[in-house]
Design a protein around this ligand. Structure first.
Ligand SMILES: NC(=O)c1ccc[n+]([C@@H]2O[C@H](COP(=O)([O-])OP(=O)(O)OC[C@H]3O[C@@H](n4cnc5c(N)ncnc54)[C@H](O)[C@@H]3O)[C@@H](O)[C@H]2O)c1
Length: 323
């Protein structure tokens, strides 16, 4: 039985992977339960996780140095999965400080402790947003990532650089997980799918940017969870680089208007739309090349949006008691 520390476990991806891993392994979840979005959703996720006796939760911020150090010292994790971060591209224009605090200072505090307490395997959330201005049709890990369009993307790219340093100095195996627009049950209220479903149900307008022409490699949460499990437990390959990055993205890049059509079909309602230009910081298209992931773990995300959206809508109606 492995001991796994998961940060951001009250978050969307953190909850799903904590649930999955605590079926067989011992998971310590931490989160500061901040108010970036509805705290009660985060509390509900944690209550759901606490049903499993292999899961323990401690409220802790990545910047609470002493508390975090004591937790790591006591728990002695074999693996650390850092998902805690200030997420969201648009919010980084309004509140840049939150990104520096959690994604830079908090990240460095955690990885420093991993070096000190000799954690062998450190994985962390990066993002497809690191591809920034890069206009390549297909986003490959070897592409340039030095033209970020938002402070959020810049902090994620910095994480990759910092992780490289800690691999080099301390010999820790580090893996940056470049997630592409993850969606599914228990999803984030600040993301498009959640907002669209919520507004359509409440008969409110949805805001569509860039005429719905933007494309995303939407990635269903169960595919992410399975990919993470396979990456975490992959046997060490002596030829593999100590620090590496992997795209974790859906196998098709889908236009936003097509995504909206699928939501409308599920809710059997036409959305009222308000059109706005592309927002500062937003990348126009993302398209994940998952060849590297597939070669590494023999698997790539593949759930089609019609199935993923159906599962989200069903969760949403059940959770918020919509008839
Ligand atoms: N969901 C996506 O589509 C997506 C895409 C790319 C990257 N990511 C990254 O994946 C990770 C998880 O994303 P998510 O969608 O689950 O987001 P989320 O906001 O639901 O989860 C992040 C959690 O981290 C916690 N947190 C934030 N700052 C913290 C701090 N300083 N100390 C302790 N806890 C803190 C928050 O309370 C939250 O519960 C994030 O790093 C995010 O940037 C997500």
């Amino acid at each position: 039985m492995k001991k796994i520390l998961i940060t951001g476990s009250a978050g969307f991806i953190g909850m799903h992977i904590s649930k999955y891993l605590s079926e067989k392994d011992k998971v310590l979840g931490i989160d500061n339960i901040n108010s970036y979005y509805d705290k009660s959703l985060k509390v509900a996720r944690i209550n759901n996780l606490k049903k499993n006796k292999n899961f323990t939760f401690v409220k802790c911020d990545l910047n609470q140095k002493k508390k975090l150090e004591n937790l790591i010292k006591k728990f002695k994790p074999d693996i650390v999965l850092n998902l805690a971060a200030q997420a969201g591209v648009r919010y980084s224009i309004k509140n840049p400080d939150a990104y520096i605090k959690s994604n830079i200072l908090g990240f460095q505090n955690l990885i420093e402790l991993c070096g000190k307490y000799k954690v062998k395997n450190f994985l962390y959330a990066s993002s497809s947003s690191v591809y920034g201005l890069n206009n390549n049709k297909l986003n490959q890990e070897v592409d340039e990532t030095d033209q970020p369009l938002s402070l959020y993307a810049a902090t994620k790219k910095s994480n990759e650089n910092i992780a490289h340093v800690y691999s080099y100095i301390y010999g820790i195996k580090t893996t940056g997980l470049r997630f592409f627009t993850v969606y599914g049950p228990w999803g984030r209220p600040d993301m498009a799918l959640f907002k669209f479903v919520q507004n359509i149900i409440k008969n409110k307008k949805i805001t569509v940017f860039n005429g719905g022409k933007m494309k995303r490699s939407f990635t269903y949460i169960d595919d992410v969870t399975l990919s993470l499990k396979k990456i975490i437990f992959k046997k060490n390959n002596p030829n593999k680089k100590l620090h590496d990055v992997l795209n974790i993205g859906g196998d098709k890049s889908v236009r936003l208007d097509r995504f909206i059509l699928e939501i409308e079909r599920n809710l059997k309602t036409r959305a009222k739309k308000k059109f706005l230009p592309v927002q500062i910081g937003d990348v126009k298209n993302t398209c994940a090349d998952t060849t590297k992931l597939k070669n590494y773990i023999g698997y790539q995300p593949k759930t089609p949006i019609n199935i993923g959206i159906k599962k989200f809508v069903s969760w949403y109606k059940n959770f918020y008691r919509v008839n």
